[in-house]
Design a protein around this ligand. Structure first.
Ligand SMILES: *[C@@H]1O[C@H](CO)[C@@H](O)[C@H](O)[C@H]1NC(C)=O
Ligand SMILES: *[C@@H]1O[C@H](CO)[C@@H](O)[C@H](O)[C@H]1NC(C)=O
Ligand SMILES: *[C@@H]1O[C@H](CO)[C@@H](O)[C@H](O)[C@H]1NC(C)=O
Length: 370
């Protein structure tokens, strides 16, 4: 643009010079000094020639300028397109960023929930201490073996069983300087067994222990060394009780050696089974004797607030009932009906057949019952 205005100004100046020449030709007095050098016609011809040359150059410049302007316009069009593209891309990226921020927030929420679940799953209620899936509690008064076992029973637990060096060290820490601790080990039927029914898969007997087993059929741990000794009932030791850490609000029942969880949500047979599986890998309860039937009838009412609830029985072939935990169908309180799933009615403690899609609250057990 600057070169264009420069050229325009130049052209204007030249025209002015041209006209002033004509003016001089007409108005200036005769006998001028300059006029005498060349004949007037010749001078005029030279000027015209110069002017023509300048006009041509100017036109060339104008053309060049037009070309450049055209190129510039084209470039500006490309630039605008690029700009538009960049704007679109930018807004797309902004949207994606916003979406991913939402995703991150959701993930953070999920992580927080998982952390809470994990924390809950590793915490025991009251003054029980968590270790590796179990809750432990020490009763500090020195008592004989019978009283010690009774203390744990009263707490819905068993005398401690020990299955690794880590667990042995843990209970030594827990016993904090008490010299002797009863453990749930006893000699029965020619073998050592744990009172909680777990496998005898680890031992830490002191040198020359156990001995005189028939007279001294109970296990004790000496605090200072962590070594085990076998003793008779009349010795005095402190007590450490152990029970499985249950999922969520589940309650451990030592007689069943299982956690029982009441679920208030009303669900059909299949979704209820899935919930039990999620809540600690269990099943809908199966019932194998009158004791369990009465216990579950009471728990159905106490834990879910509802007098009827699904149990884990389903009829796949007519006449052929099975338990969803794959235990044998060896006990029944069924009132005749045509439907293929069962509820336990806590009022009369009878089992009533219902449509498998009908929804009820229910009880889960952390392990198959028998
Ligand atoms: C490019 O955009 C500018 C500003 O929006 C506009 O003035 C110009 O005419 C556009 N050029 C073309 C070639 O579209
Ligand atoms: C164990 O202790 C309790 C309470 O002190 C007592 O009643 C019981 O007789 C004792 N049992 C044995 C075998 O010493
Ligand atoms: C159920 O609740 C009643 C009343 O509180 C109580 O007496 C009973 O022992 C409870 N049953 C079980 C199995 O917890």
């Amino acid at each position: 643009m600057t070169s264009l205005s420069f050229l325009l100004i130049l052209k204007a100046l030249l025209l002015l010079a041209d006209s002033s020449t004509h003016y001089q030709e007409k108005e200036s007095p005769v006998g001028d000094f300059v006029r005498e050098e060349l004949p007037e016609d010749a001078r005029l011809a030279v000027c015209r020639r110069k002017s023509e040359l300048l006009d041509i150059k100017l036109k060339e410049r104008d053309n060049e300028l037009a070309v450049k302007t055209c190129e510039l316009t084209a470039l500006s069009g490309d630039f605008n397109k690029s700009l538009l593209y960049l704007r679109e891309t930018n807004s797309k990226l902004q949207n994606e960023l916003k979406a991913s921020q939402v995703t991150v927030k959701n993930l953070e929420g999920k992580v927080a929930k998982l952390e809470t679940t994990l924390k809950n799953s590793m915490e025991c209620r009251g003054n029980w201490v968590y270790f590796n899936g179990y809750c432990y509690k020490i009763a500090n008064q020195a008592v004989n073996k019978t009283t010690s076992a009774a203390l744990c029973e009263r707490e819905n637990a068993h005398l401690v069983s020990i299955h690794s060096r880590e667990e042995n060290n843990f209970i030594l820490e827990l016993s904090q300087g008490d010299y002797w601790t009863w453990i749930g080990l006893q000699w029965a039927d020619e073998e050592w067994v744990w009172s909680d029914g777990s496998a005898f898969d680890y031992s830490n007997w002191a040198l020359r222990e156990p001995n005189r087993i028939e007279e001294n059929p109970w296990g004790r741990v000496q605090f200072s060394s962590g070594s085990w000794f076998n003793y008779g009932n009349t010795q005095f030791s402190v007590t450490i009780c152990k029970k499985r850490k249950c999922f969520g609000d589940g309650v451990y029942y030592p007689d069943l050696r299982a956690c029982i969880l009441g679920v208030k949500e009303l669900l059909g047979f299949t979704p209820a089974g899935s919930v039990c599986k999620k809540m600690g890998g269990g099943h809908l309860v199966s019932i194998h004797n009158a004791f369990q039937n009465t216990l579950f009838a009471e728990l159905q009412q106490n834990l879910t607030g509802s007098s009827v609830g699904l149990i884990g029985a389903i009829r796949i072939v007519k006449t052929d009932w099975v338990w969803s935990d794959a235990t044998s169908f060896d006990y029944s309180k069924i009132l005749a009906s045509t439907d293929d799933c069962l509820i336990l009615d806590s009022q009369d403690q009878m089992w009533k057949a219902v449509n498998c899609d009908a929804t009820f609250s229910f009880l889960c057990s952390s392990r198959p019952l028998s």
